[in-house]
Design a protein around this ligand. Structure first.
Ligand code: ZN
Length: 224
C-alpha cells in the first residue's frame, strides 16, 4: 500500500503541472487510477521502523517535531489504507510570545470527529475538527438534517486551513507540517504562516521532489 501511494504522489504532482485542478480530493477517489503496479524501488519501511518524534522537540525544535510527526501519521495511515486524498496537518501552537504554552493541534481534511485509532495522540496533542457540523443543515420545513455537498472549488476543509481556524485569537502557529505538499489554495490562505511549514512541504512540487530523494536514499540503503 505504501509503495502504491508513492506512485500516486508523483502522478498527483504531474497533474498539477498540467494545470488540472489542485486540491485535497475529499470524495475518496484516487487520482491516477490508470497507473500500473508499484515498483520494488518505491518501497519504504513501514511506520514502526521510522524514528519516533521526540516530545522534547516540541520545545527545542518544533519544525523537526512537526516534520517527523507528519511522517509518522502518514505511514501509520497508509500502511492500512490506500491513498484516498487524506491529509493531516500537525501544528505546534502557542500563546503569542509564550513558548511555555506550546501545544500540538492535529487536523485533517476529512470529517473525522476524532483522531483515527491508528493515530494515537501524544500527551500534548489534540485532534480537532472545527467543521464537522458544517456538513449538515436542518431543513426549514421538515426540520430533518441533510448532508450538504461541498462546492467543488471549496478548499476550506483542507487540513492547513482548518488549523488556522481552530487556534485561539491569542495563539500563533510556531511550526506546522501537512502530510503532503501544501496546495496553492492553502498557500494563499496561510499568508505569512506558510513560513511555519518545512520548505519541502510548502508546495506539491517541493514535496514530490523530496519524496523522490527519500526513495533514492532508501533504494541505496536497501542495496547495502
Ligand atoms: Zn490545501
Amino acid at each position: 500500500m505504501l509503495s502504491f501511494f508513492d506512485v500516486l504522489g508523483l502522478v498527483y504532482g504531474r497533474q498539477n503541472e498540467k494545470g488540472k485542478r489542485n486540491g485535497d480530493a475529499d470524495d475518496g477517489t484516487e487520482p491516477g487510477g490508470q497507473q500500473g503496479p508499484p515498483t520494488l524501488q518505491s518501497r519504504r519501511p513501514a511506520g514502526p521502523s521510522l524514528p519516533r518524534a521526540s516530545q522534547a522537540d516540541i520545545d527545542s525544535n518544533p519544525m523537526r517535531y512537526v516534520d517527523m510527526r507528519a511522517d509518522e501519521i502518514r505511514y501509520a495511515r497508509h500502511s492500512e489504507h490506500e491513498y484516498g486524498g487524506e491529509t493531516f496537518n500537525v501544528a505546534v501552537v502557542q500563546q503569542r510570545g509564550r513558548p511555555e504554552t506550546r501545544r500540538v493541534v492535529i487536523t485533517s481534511n476529512k470529517d473525522f470527529r476524532n483522531a483515527p485509532g491508528n493515530v494515537p495522540l501524544g500527551p500534548r496533542e489534540s485532534y480537532v475538527n472545527p467543521d464537522a457540523p458544517r456538513q449538515t443543515y436542518r431543513e426549514k420545513d421538515t426540520g430533518s438534517r441533510r448532508v450538504v455537498p461541498r462546492p467543488e472549488d471549496d478548499t476550506s476543509h483542507h487540513a492547513e486551513q482548518r488549523t488556522q481556524r481552530v487556534i485561539g485569537d491569542d495563539e500563533e502557529i510556531v511550526a506546522q507540517a501537512p502530510t503532503r505538499g501544501c496546495c496553492p489554495e492553502c498557500q494563499a490562505a496561510l499568508g505569512d504562516n506558510i513560513n511555519t511549514i518545512p520548505e519541502h512541504r510548502r508546495s506539491p512540487e517541493a514535496y514530490n521532489r523530496h519524496r523522490v530523494q527519500e526513495r533514492a536514499v532508501q533504494t541505496t540503503s536497501d542495496g547495502e
